[in-house]
Design a protein around this ligand. Structure first.
Ligand SMILES: [Fe+2]
Length: 285
């Protein structure tokens, strides 16, 4: 089934609005919780109206201030740590550092790049099979709220900083986008075992991947590029860094509730794409 036959979010989430865990930085802040619900309702509206535009969020000054603070620190860290494809993509998308841009605007710019991806608003975490399957069609689910101001350099869930400053620039790269679409195709065709393999391939690349470049080892995973604490950890003594071997990656488990201990380094995005094409050929025949 193609996505053209569906409402954009069929089966993505039920209609229950997400509730913050008790240990969430914003759990005891009623104004933050109300704001999250307001933004979540707008995303729900998009799901009910497939032809509607991505909802515009009128961000308030306190939210822009969180973006500014994080964007300034990330900009500094990215100079040394971000891979070239990320920096090129960030410039293509003209991501601002002084205010939160609209998701719909960045999605339009991204769709015009070689990667051709779009960003679809969603109110919270999406089931892995559905989230991954949409990648095949060049669709990334994206949240529009921003993290709680008490912990600007950490978020327990994907927020708009993670989406736009972590993910979006990479999807402008043709080889990276092609790899992501293959992960999506694999997820669509997978039984439960293969789905786990696809989730791990996604996790250790799109979220936490490292790449070898002339100047050393650079980050391309959104969990690293969009998260100050995570990026620092990947380059600390706590990190176990290994060469990317696809057969090993699919056998490596992960736990998204705890800091990431293991990272894999790909030789290039073209090689990552080639390895993925080869792997898909082995179990699809
Ligand atoms: Fe992510």
């Amino acid at each position: 089934m193609s996505l053209d036959d569906q409402s954009p979010h069929d089966g993505v989430l039920d209609d229950t609005l997400p509730v913050l865990d008790l240990d969430h930085p914003g759990a005891s802040d009623p104004a933050y919780r109300a704001r999250r619900l307001q933004i979540a309702r707008a995303a729900q509206q998009f799901r009910r109206d497939p032809d509607g535009a991505v909802p515009e969020v009128e961000y308030v000054e306190e939210e822009h201030a969180v973006w500014r603070e994080v964007a300034a620190v990330l900009r500094e860290l990215h100079q040394e740590r971000a891979c070239e494809a990320y920096r090129l993509g960030r410039d293509r998308l003209a991501l601002p550092t002084d205010h939160i841009p609209q998701l719909g605007e960045i999605s339009r710019r991204l769709a015009a790049t070689e990667g051709g991806f779009r960003l679809w608003p969603v109110e919270g975490l999406v089931l892995p099979r559905i989230f991954l399957t949409h990648l095949e069609q060049g669709v990334m689910h994206a949240t529009q709220y921003i993290r709680h101001p008490s912990r600007p350099f950490f978020t327990p869930e994907p927020d708009i900083i993670h989406v736009l400053l972590g993910h979006a620039p990479m999807f402008a790269d043709a080889d990276f986008a092609a790899f992501s679409r293959l992960v999506g195709k694999g997820a669509r065709l997978a039984d439960d075992d293969h789905l786990e393999h696809m989730s791990r391939l996604y996790w250790f690349t799109v979220e936490f991947g490292l790449v070898e470049e002339a100047g050393g080892i650079k980050a391309f995973g959104a969990g690293l590029l969009g998260g100050v604490e995570d990026l620092e950890r990947a380059y600390s003594d706590e990190a176990e860094v290994k060469p990317f071997v696809l057969e090993e990656v699919i056998e490596t488990g992960y736990d998204y509730e705890h800091p990431q201990p293991t990272y894999f380094v790909i030789p290039s995005f073209a090689e990552l794409r080639r390895q993925m094409e080869r792997f898909m050929g082995t179990w699809m025949d």
